[in-house]
Design a binder for this molecule. Sequence first.
Ligand code: GDP
Length: 302
Amino acid sequence: DKFKDGLSKTRNSFVGAMNDLVKDFREIDEDFFEELEEILISADIGVYTVMELVEELKDEARTRNILHAEDLRPVISEKLAEMLQKSEQESKLNMQEEGELTVILFVGVNGVGKTTSIGKLAHQFKQEGKNVLMAAGDTFRAGAIEQLEVWGQRAGVEVIKQQAGSDPAAVMYDAIQSAKSKKADVLLCDTAGRLQNKVNLMNELEKVKRVLSREVPTAPHEVLLVLDATTGQNAMSQAKAFGEATKVSGIVLTKLDGTAKGGIVLAIRNELNIPVKLVGLGEGLDDLHEFQAEQYVHGLFS
Ligand code: GDP
């Protein structure tokens, strides 16, 4: 079970802390809930989400007449699963009908795993028998085009590119023309992730989107923000900043395998109201997965 392996760091630290918290037939009181809050917050579940969860747990303890901590424990995972399941449907990528082009735009700052995620997704679509193209729209960062090409070779997918420093919108124009003439099923577009200058970022992304939608009116079908799970609150503030620059339709959360704070999925979902659509659970080609609430909660607790 990939989720179980990928979440082992979070699970080990979380389960360890929970075992300590509920031992010796501990009774449920205010202190108990305070300690529980601490544990949940240190897993990056998010302060507001934790407060909401703890309130619900207090209610449950009262109405079900639960007196011992150990008996409340399964209710915690029930509640977390409920919170995530509300949004399960939205977690699916918005793919077009067969025979129509799906355009997916990736945004995010350098180092979060954007190129890697595009490469992994290209590989997956290819495995499914789809005709895939990638567009090297990060013309700003040195080496970005070459790095995408390495992934292109790994996945066996062509990369549409121009020289470094060229206009990303021109790259997108080429890419979408190429996708149309080759009858591609999916076009995966990289972009530069310059958060330092939000006005430039906003202009660049709007221009890119305009070029895409002029050629395919419904495109882009997804704008996926890539976030690094190991950066906790930084990831949360990046999500807010990108959300102000453009309309983000979903999150790719990378490096969940590298953190003990995997609760951040809940914070993103609950506090930013953007669905997590894909999660990165390792560095290999096959380590990108559709987010599934049930498997996620299972990976955290059992
Ligand atoms: P970019 O600058 O956003 O394009 O970032 P890269 O795609 O170059 O990734 C930065 C580093 O993160 C690389 O060393 C990747 O191997 C690593 N990485 C990306 N995704 C994951 C993941 O899901 N898990 C782990 N463990 N590493 C990842």
